[in-house]
Write a protein that binds this ligand. Structure first.
Ligand code: HEC
Ligand code: HEC
Length: 354
């Protein structure tokens, strides 16, 4: 069980729906665009306004602050390649499609495809780099194509954000080779916490694999009412948005061949009542650097996360849905151990400066 949470870092896994994936020019363009406020309609906001290197590519706030406070927490961007779903509700099945949402959202960069294409054409340096990366002048591309190519460049850069190796990885690799590491690398308390994590705590039922996520959607006992009293539909809404999007892996803007696109997970999605209030299982890599937690930022720090699972409120689950979770009833040592283990999943800060 423990060895299955590695090795780290994972082998490169290019995005076959994005012809710029792994392309150096596109990666440089994407990095520059991510930090360029000209990408927003009024020049006041950039991707890095919310995804900041000093906050591990999140914003350190409970909920994102766009042109108003949004309903959801800003995810820390890292380890994005190879994922099946993006967004807390899995509204996108690829990274460039996910990158289109903030460009068009009126509460974020607030562009439409026409205003964005005009901006790229008017700013000489952006138009020149666009031509270098895509081989076409933005004047000759339809606006929607410009939007997609900008998003694919942004995605090419975001794919390069990978969290570093951690104390857990050193322990895991040693275990795989039948060696051990000293206690000052991986403490006794962290070892007991890891045992809880893969054992009676049942955390690894959902937080599984090298990225500590099974890439699926679950209800983790977080209430899904928003502050104004409405309900966040979670995965139920995400499936609707996904189906309505022209930017799926099976769509005409994808660079994937139709045969492999036909096997994309999105083709097999069935929506059920149980999807209400489900959210994507987040990765736990770098977790000590990405507080506050959960889709609504409602859990402040790691001790509070451990308390949440320790005392989980079973009344929050659907009556008809079975739950993988149940209160753990840990003592103080157990809680400290679980927290100590979670802290071993964080290494040096992700370096993502422009
Ligand atoms: C106003 C703050 C804000 C800005 C600006 C912003 N984001 Fe985000 N980002 C968020 C929030 C909040 C989410 C979670 C959205 C959701 O799931 O509902 C998110 C989610 C994402 C995700 C999905 C991550 C995951 O783990 O599934 C990606 C990728 C992303 N943003 C990239 C970008 C890019 C690229 C830009 C610029 C074009 C951008 N963001 C601008 C707040 C922001
Ligand atoms: C049934 C699947 C499931 C199990 C079991 C589970 N989790 Fe989670 N976990 C989730 C989901 C889903 C979320 C996001 C919930 C939300 O935002 O509403 C989450 C969120 C988290 C977060 C916050 C991460 C972030 O970036 O916001 C941490 C930390 C965490 N879980 C740790 C644990 C630990 C420790 C255990 C074991 C005691 C555990 N989880 C068991 C599904 C699960």
């Amino acid at each position: 069980m423990i060895i299955a949470h590695g090795p780290w870092p994972p082998a490169p896994d290019p995005d076959i729906s994005n012809r710029f994936s792994g392309d150096d020019d596109a990666i440089r363009f994407g990095r520059a665009l991510f930090h360029d406020a000209r990408l927003s309609a009024d020049g006041s906001m950039q991707c890095a306004t919310c995804h900041e290197a000093r906050h591990a590519m999140g914003d350190g706030k409970p909920r994102a602050l766009g042109r108003r406070e949004l309903d959801r927490n800003t995810p820390a961007l890292a380890n994005l390649s190879g994922r099946r779903w993006f967004g807390w509700d899995g509204r996108s099945d690829n990274l460039w499609a996910q990158s289109i949402h903030p460009i068009l959202n009126p509460d974020e960069l607030a562009q439409d495809e026409n205003s964005l294409a005009r901006r790229i054409i008017e700013e000489a340096d952006l138009a020149r780099t666009y031509l270098e990366v895509t081989g076409r002048s933005p004047v000759d591309d339809p606006p929607r194509e410009v939007l997609v190519n900008i998003a694919k460049s942004l995605a090419a850069w975001q794919e390069t954000l990978v969290t570093p190796r951690t104390a857990f990885d050193r322990f895991r690799d040693a275990l795989a080779e039948d060696r051990d590491v000293p206690d000052n690398v991986f403490s006794r308390s962290a070892r007991r916490g890891l045992k809880l994590f893969v054992g009676e705590g049942r955390c690894s039922l959902c937080h599984f694999g090298p990225n500590f996520s099974n890439d699926e959607f679950h209800h983790a006992g977080v209430p899904h009412f928003t502050r104004n009293g409405s309900v966040d539909p979670g995965r139920h809404g995400g499936i609707g948005k996904y189906r309505a999007s022209p930017y799926r892996r099976t769509g005409k803007f994808s660079d994937e061949d139709p045969e492999s696109a036909a096997r994309a997970p999105g083709n097999f999605v069935v929506r059920s009542h149980d999807d209400w209030g489900r959210f994507r299982v987040p990765s736990l890599r770098n977790v000590a650097a990405t507080a506050p937690y959960m889709h609504d930022g409602s859990v402040a720090d790691l001790p509070a996360v451990v308390r949440h699972y320790d005392e989980i409120n079973m009344n929050l689950f659907h009556e008809d849905g079975e739950s993988l979770l149940r209160p753990l009833g840990l003592d103080a040592t157990g809680r400290a151990d679980l927290e100590a283990f979670l802290r071993t999943l964080t290494g040096d800060p992700v370096t993502a400066t422009p």
